[in-house]
Design a protein around this ligand. Structure first.
Ligand code: ASP
Length: 413
């Protein structure tokens, strides 16, 4: 009970930090140029608080993911079960991402954000040279696991941790000791997550206040339709797709689910980083939804790396926006091309701020749209990034809850 009250009050504090941060940022933004006190002392301090919060989150990722994945894999105890969880996860990730892009295209067609802009531009014909598919596959496998950890290369860490966790099972009694050790490390790391989370209301306030002050409310007006298309798309996707998944597979109410992942959603919104939010995402699904370590430790780090529903949806909207702004008619086959490339581009998008904008170049060039279109969205990308990262993160938690439920985890009520 006391634990519950503590959590509710933390959630409340984070929400209050978020709202006050937006109001504060919009209010003081216009005053900063004329106030040396604000510009020299207050804003840099707020910026510092936000950056410290981000670093604290990043600090948790590698030890938390590695230890919980090793102990998670070892606790699943069965290689076939691990394989089954992997296949299910990938199927859900893939399907939800494809639905997100289609929804993005639908919102782009509905809001028509670029119509009437009439910007002249060169059409780019050829697709940009990407990495060879063989190199992409090769990059999943670490040649030096310590280097993977130093570079926080999530996919490589996942691969090594899975080998290590499975080997702990195979090694019998001695392996059990190692798995127990990593279970303790993971437990300790979750305590560190709680300590960092008690700082979250201030970190959230600082990050959102800094962004709101820098960009101001005026930036919204000329791009209101693109912003609306992305935000409405994200909300519809979350409310319809995830609610359906939670109701159909987990037999729980969507309120239970959204309430459980609210801290992760707000953190994703302000940090604009799926990877940075991962420690909080892991804690939320474990503690609020009741997902086991075995499932969450595998599904969520993988999701933070490859499952980006929000990014995919955003790419759908932006591709249409650019086509409309430059007056390029988009045929159905071009739109299908967008679905295909945006799915792949979202998989390749890193879970860090602004990565989706870079991958948008790939989508534009592959369907022959002018790359200058990037400049149109770059100015408001922060606002779009907040929404898409939020959807990216909660998309991971929805799949995580579904996989957990189909694997027989006792979800909370
Ligand atoms: N910022 C996003 C994320 O971390 C990626 C993107 O830019 O689309 O999930």
């Amino acid at each position: 009970m006391a634990e519950n009250t503590k959590r509710v009050s933390l959630l409340l504090k984070i929400s209050i930090g978020f709202i006050i941060g937006i109001i504060f940022g919009f209010a003081i933004g216009p005053v900063i140029p004329s106030s040396p006190m604000l510009g020299t002392y207050v804003m840099p301090f707020i910026d510092l608080v936000g950056k410290i919060f981000l670093r604290l989150l990043m600090m948790l990722i590698v030890p938390l993911v590695f230890s919980s994945l090793v102990s998670g894999a070892a606790s699943v105890g069965d290689v076939h079960k691990l394989g089954r969880i992997g296949v299910k996860t990938l199927v859900f990730y893939f399907v939800t991402t494809a639905v997100a892009i289609v929804l993005g295209l639908a919102c782009g067609n509905l809001f028509q954000p670029g119509v009437g802009m009439n910007i002249p531009g060169e059409l780019s014909a050829s697709a940009r040279e990407g990495k060879a598919i063989t190199d992409v596959i090769l990059d999943i496998f670490p040649s030096n696991p310590i280097a993977s950890m130093v570079n926080a290369n999530m996919l490589q860490i996942i691969v090594f941790a899975l080998f290590f966790g499975v080997a702990c099972i195979l090694a019998g009694e001695r392996g059990r000791k190692i798995a127990d050790f990593f279970e303790s490390v993971a437990e300790v790391m979750y305590q560190v997550v709680h300590i960092v989370m008690s700082f979250a209301p201030y970190g959230v306030f600082a990050l959102i206040a800094g962004t709101a002050a820098k960009y101001g409310i005026a930036i919204l007006a000329p791009f209101a339709k693109v912003i609306a298309a992305v935000y409405v798309g994200c909300i519809i996707h979350a409310v319809l797709v995830y609610s359906f998944m939670i109701t159909a597979f987990c037999k729980r109410s969507p309120f239970w689910y959204f309430r459980g992942v609210r801290e992760a959603a707000i953190t994703a919104f302000v940090t604009r980083s799926s990877s940075g939010t991962l420690p909080i995402t892991l804690a939320n699904v474990r503690e609020n939804l009741g997902v086991s370590e075995g499932v969450s430790a595998f599904v969520l780090p993988l999701g933070a790396t490859i499952n980006m529903d929000g990014t995919a949806l955003y790419q759908g909207v932006c591709a249409l926006f650019v086509a409309q702004a430059f007056g390029v008619p988009l045929t159905l086959s071009m739109q299908l091309g967008i679905v295909a490339t945006a799915t792949l581009a979202s998989v390749g998008t890193a879970g860090v701020p602004g990565a989706g904008l870079i991958m948008l170049t790939l989508v534009l060039t592959s369907v022959g749209l002018p790359i200058e279109g990037i400049a149109l969205v770059a100015g408001i990308d922060v606002i779009l990034d907040a929404a898409r990262t939020c959807l990216n993160v909660i998309g991971d938690t929805a799949v995580c809850a579904v996989v957990a439920s189909t694997e027989g985890d006792e979800l909370k009520n």
